[in-house]
Write a protein that binds this ligand. Structure first.
Ligand SMILES: NC(=O)c1ccc[n+]([C@@H]2O[C@H](COP(=O)([O-])OP(=O)(O)OC[C@H]3O[C@@H](n4cnc5c(N)ncnc54)[C@H](O)[C@@H]3O)[C@@H](O)[C@H]2O)c1
Length: 194
């Protein structure tokens, strides 16, 4: 069993606890968060440890994997800390909000020999798998160019729910960086396989 700890106990964190449980291969044993009320109710709900701080959670030797569910603009710092503590990482998308941060993260992961996965769940959609198979088998030829059309819409209520959403500093932009990164990165994954 792989023991995981979550940082950030907002809306997406719940899905990680449930998805990991379903695999039967690991479990979330604790969490930490900036918002204490949300941390307490999250930890009571899943009957897991509430850590006082991220440093405390990283210091727990029983944890092998850190799951980062904080606002996107904080992922970079949280990844660096986890890697330095020699924890493997699952980070919510996007991994970071600038290409400079992406490059630095890749360097750090290699340096500390830790593995990182980004939560791009579209990879498991049947249609994506079908397209990837077609590319791998050469059915679509040599892909030179790809378009992504994503008709996503979020109401202003969505942007009011969390103060960081839609801000340059913590979201890295708007719908393209947030929702659009699913489509862009999935296309790039296929492209890099060529
Ligand atoms: N894969 C997907 O489809 C999907 C869907 C929704 C969100 N996300 C991603 O998940 C991440 C979180 O989104 P959300 O909707 O759960 O946000 P949210 O606002 O609901 O939750 C963020 C959590 O992070 C905590 N937090 C903020 N600053 C912190 C800090 N410095 N240290 C520790 N905790 C801190 C907050 O207290 C809160 O509990 C974002 O990167 C977002 O892009 C991915």
């Amino acid at each position: 069993m792989i023991n995981c700890g979550i940082i950030g106990t907002g809306s997406i964190a719940n899905w990680h606890v449930l998805a990991i449980r379903e695999t039967g291969l690991g479990k979330v044993i604790g969490a930490c968060s900036k918002s204490k009320p949300s941390l307490i109710s999250f930890c009571e709900k899943y009957m897991i440890t509430a850590y006082e701080s991220y440093d405390d959670m990283l210091a727990d030797e029983n944890i092998q994997v850190i799951i980062i569910c904080t606002p996107s603009g904080l992922h970079y710092d949280h990844i660096l800390k986890a890697a330095k503590a020699r924890k493997h990482i699952v980070v919510e998308k996007p991994m970071a909000i600038s290409s400079k941060q992406w490059d630095e993260i890749i360097f750090i992961l290699k340096k500390y020999q830790v593995t990182l996965a980004i939560a791009y769940q579209s990879r498991f959609n049947k249609s994506f798998i079908k397209v990837k198979k077609a590319i791998d088998e050469g059915i679509l030829g040599n892909i030179m160019f790809a378009d992504v059309y994503m008709k996503f819409y979020r109401t202003s209520d969505y942007y009011q729910q969390s103060s960081w959403k839609g801000t340059w500093k913590l979201d890295g932009g708007g719908a393209l960086m947030n929702q659009g990164s699913h489509g862009v990165v999935s296309s790039l994954n296929n492209y890099h396989k060529l």
